[in-house]
Ligand binder design. Structure first.
Ligand SMILES: Cc1cc2nc3c(=O)[nH]c(=O)nc-3n(C[C@H](O)[C@H](O)[C@H](O)COP(=O)(O)O)c2cc1C
Length: 255
């Protein structure tokens, strides 16, 4: 029996979905097609924005400088973070709004600025896989996906699949031509098959770009630590052993 099948049987795979819109429209349908491929094999937790993270970052910087739990929106942010850290697979969805991800998605991502690599990335993120699903009428789906991918890759995720669609003629699901729906379904099923064949008992491979970013930030943190050994981000890096020889992708081993 393949390893990935054993994992699915012994430990139910966990998927956390962050929906960039509450609307049950095209984005929602495309996401459902993707998730349908996991049928009963996965435990799925979904968040809908803005409902589940409704407030903008106020720019107080308390998360960066002191502690993320002091954020005025910590109850929303930490609920999402917990679900993301527990998940084997992360799914992010957004329609393109004026060439970018929805404001609701951006609002949520802003709250995770403290998890960017130059600050305090979660070590679990380095082993995760993610899928981004975006769609638009004509143009902007790719830049909407990039808005999300920028955060994910700076959180430390290397394995990211992007499924981006141009509807071209119609933005109401019932009016989209069947041929177009079939083409989008084919691409989503392929992405789901790729993600189903993964051995989730092993973390994803950490790519070269992620490692290069990590090493650049490590130099930065070491310099910051010389200036102020009490600096929050530096202390986090030091406590994780990353200013020494530990690496988040080595999972408690040294490089
Ligand atoms: C405020 C707003 C801005 C949009 N901006 C774009 C855009 O820049 N490019 C584009 O091709 N489609 C744009 N669209 C269309 C959406 O990307 C999407 O195709 C449509 O809203 C249907 O998706 P939904 O049913 O998931 O909401 C926009 C829609 C809205 C409501």
């Amino acid at each position: 029996m393949p390893m990935e099948k054993r994992y699915l049987q012994e430990k139910k795979m966990k998927i956390t979905v962050i929906n960039g819109t509450e609307k049950k429209g095209v984005t929602f349908r495309l996401k459902e097609i993707f998730l349908d491929q996991f049928s009963d094999e996965a435990e799925i937790t979904e968040f809908f924005l803005p409902r589940d993270c409704p407030n903008c970052c106020s720019g107080c910087t308390v998360c960066f400088l002191k502690d993320e739990h002091l954020c005025k929106d910590a109850e929303y942010v930490q609920r999402i973070e917990k679900a993301m850290l527990e998940a084997d697979l992360l799914v992010f969805t957004s329609p393109a709004y004026v060439f970018h991800a929805t404001g609701a998605m951006k609002t949520m991502l802003d709250h995770f600025g403290y998890r960017w690599m130059p600050h305090r990335p979660a070590k679990e993120m380095f082993g995760k896989r993610a899928v981004i699903i975006t769609q638009c009428l004509g143009a902007g789906g790719k830049s909407a996906a990039k808005d999300i991918k920028d955060s994910l890759s700076w959180w430390g995720i290397s394995k990211i699949i992007v499924c981006s669609f141009k509807l071209m003629s119609e933005i109401h699901w019932d009016k989209i031509p069947e041929k177009k729906k079939a083409a989008m379904t084919k691409k989503l099923v392929k992405a789901a098959e790729q993600m189903r064949s993964v051995d989730y008992s092993r973390p994803a491979h950490t790519g070269l770009m992620t490692r290069m970013r990590f090493h650049a930030v490590r130099m930065l943190q070491k310099n910051l630590g010389k200036q102020d050994p009490e600096y929050t981000d530096y202390k986090y890096w030091k406590d994780n052993g990353w200013t020494d020889s530990s690496r988040p992708w080595k999972h408690d081993q040294t490089e």
